[in-house]
Design a protein around this ligand. Structure first.
Ligand code: ZN
Length: 178
């Protein structure tokens, strides 16, 4: 079977072979401009959009931190969306179901994973640490501390929404018998 070959660098998304040439596997590259790391972390291009960017671990974290995933949502709306997503996924292995290639115990939804990124936390963190990080970041970005800082205000909003997502997920887990 012979096919015309074309450069891997042609077009978008970009692909490249990784590993020794003989057993090289084709991997999609990070969508961040200029980054040649494998892009295996999907991130929605906008809230509720099926379109995805694919970033490397570092740029996925950067993207999630710098881009307000919860923008336009109130904390209640973010928590509600998270609850619906969890319910629709059947409550089992949501991260696998949605192809999230990141670390984690497989029990966190996409919104929880993003909420954790907003709070700069690892997936396996205890809830107490979530509360601590939320307090710290909310304080740092609070409008009283940074008056007139639009970026800080946006971050403050995202931090609140992220905490609410994680808090309601935690509350639901408390109800679930083991
Ligand atoms: Zn990257």
């Amino acid at each position: 079977m012979s096919r015309p070959t074309r450069s891997n660098d042609w077009g978008f998304p970009r692909w490249r072979s990784y590993g020794a040439s003989r057993e090289a596997t084709q991997v999609r590259l990070c969508d961040r401009e200029g980054c040649d790391a494998p892009g295996d972390r999907p991130a929605p291009k906008s809230p509720n959009s099926p379109e995805r960017w694919y970033f490397c671990e570092r740029h996925a974290a950067e993207y999630n931190r710098n881009w307000n995933y919860f923008e336009g949502l109130t904390a209640e709306e973010a928590a509600k969306r998270e609850a619906e997503e969890r319910r629709d996924a059947g409550g089992f292995a949501e991260t696998k179901h949605y192809g999230w290639a990141g670390p984690g115990d497989g029990t966190r939804s996409r919104d929880e994973m993003r909420a954790l990124e907003v709070l700069e936390l690892d997936p396996d963190v205890e809830f107490e640490a979530i509360r601590t990080a939320w307090r710290r970041l909310a304080k740092e970005n609070h409008p009283d501390v940074k008056p007139g800082d639009a970026e800080a205000a946006q971050r403050f909003h995202a931090i609140q929404a992220a905490y609410d997502v994680l808090k309601s997920a935690e509350d639901r887990r408390q109800w679930r018998p083991d």
